[in-house]
Structure formats: structure tokens, C-alpha cells
Design a binder for this molecule. Sequence first.
Ligand code: GLN
Length: 248
Amino acid sequence: MELRVAHLYPDVMNLYGDRGNVAALRARCERRGIGFQVVAVGLGDRFDPDTVDLVLIGGGQDREQRRVAPDLAARGPALREAVEGGLPVLAVCGGFQLFGHRYVDHDGSVIPGIGVFDAETRHPGPVADRCIGDVVVETPFGEVVGFENHGGRTYLATGQEPFGTVRLGFGNNGEDRTEGARRKRAIGTYLHGSVLPKNPALADTLILWGLQRRYGDAARLGPLEEGAERSAHAAALRAAQARARRPS
Ligand code: GLN
């Protein structure tokens, strides 16, 4: 078997180690003898979501988001249709924001999104504190840990499922304890870190979803030795717990 992954704007949308998500997926496939192919999709590149098994997009500063938004908007209808058809997606932070309807950035400019998630992001302005620190989220894939650094606050429309519930950290907006968003097999999250190396169950879920898209429900993943992943997960959890104990 082979997993074919599209990485959107890898040279522009890549903050706080988001490339590590590709490395984690590659390692977890190749350790199982599963082939792994990455298709980098840059500005203006031809790309058909039906030719890949999984799509990744990382985070970016406001100016990078402004730079990719028009190109991503042109890809919006095909990506929305593919997500409705079960395309697995991991969209991190700035990428997550652009998979919502829009992002009103730090100087009030409206950056259009593609509306995969029924959500909107608004930056409260240049003097507002950023949402920064270690995060622990309760999700259907278990406890997920990571690191957040965003100015924008994301608000989910009624009926839009979150990725999870914040146990420690800010999450979407520091108010309603939601973190990220999920639409079928598309996941948006604020968690950098990168998120996949220290959350193997989430990484394997995305891999299995991608293999099932190509090979059907018969696709299966065998277990892997996960000492390093568990150690990284535990370290991130301790960091989040220590942060929660510090007086704000
Ligand atoms: N520029 C966006 C914000 O500040 C996203 C940042 C990021 O991707 N880490 O909210």
C-alpha cells in the first residue's frame, strides 16, 4: 500500500515545526512497510484532491495567510466537495483559519477562507494578548497535546463540531473551551508542536483514513513501538500542567 499526501503551500504555511507532521506520517507509514509520497502544492500549481489520500496545511503569520488566500480560494470548491466525499485533512492554525469562512486579521483586513468549517476567526487587534502556550485537548482520538500561538479567535457556528474540548490552554478563543473543528474526516486544530509526532493515535487515524480512501475499509494498521512518542506526549502534558499551576 502507499499513502499519497498533498502538502499545501509547504514553503509559506509552516510555523512552529508543522513540517514535523509530514515527517511523522512518513515515519509511521514506512515503519509499517507502507509507501509514502508527498505532493507539494504551491501557488498556482495544478492540484486535484481526488488524486491524493490526505491533505495537510500548516500555520502562517497573517501576511503569509494573505499571500496564499486567493490561490486557496480558487481551490475551495474542489476541496469542499472532496471533504464531503471523505477526504482526510489536517489543517493547523493559520491553515485551519483559512479552512473556515474568513479570518479578520490583526489590522481588520478580511482574509477569505474556503468554508470547509462553519467557523469564523477574528483577531482582536494588535494590542490584544496572543493565545500562547501548551495545550491539552480531550478529543474522540484521546488526549491530544500540543502548542498554540495565535492572535485570531475562532468561533464555531451552531452545529459545527469542534475537534475537541480544551482541558488546559486557550483553544479556539479562550472562552468556550472548544478547540479546532471537524467536518467528516477533515480536522482543523490550533495545535503546533508539531502535533502528530507526540499524538500517535491521531497520526494513525489520519493514515488509516487516507488508506481507506484508496483501498477501502479493508485497510488496516498494525501496532508500532511508541516509546518515543509516549515520552514526547508526557513531556508536553507536564509542560501544560506546569503552565496551569503558574499564577497568571
Ligand atoms: N496568523 C494567525 C494568527 O495569528 C495564525 C498564526 C499561526 O498559524 N500560528 O492567529
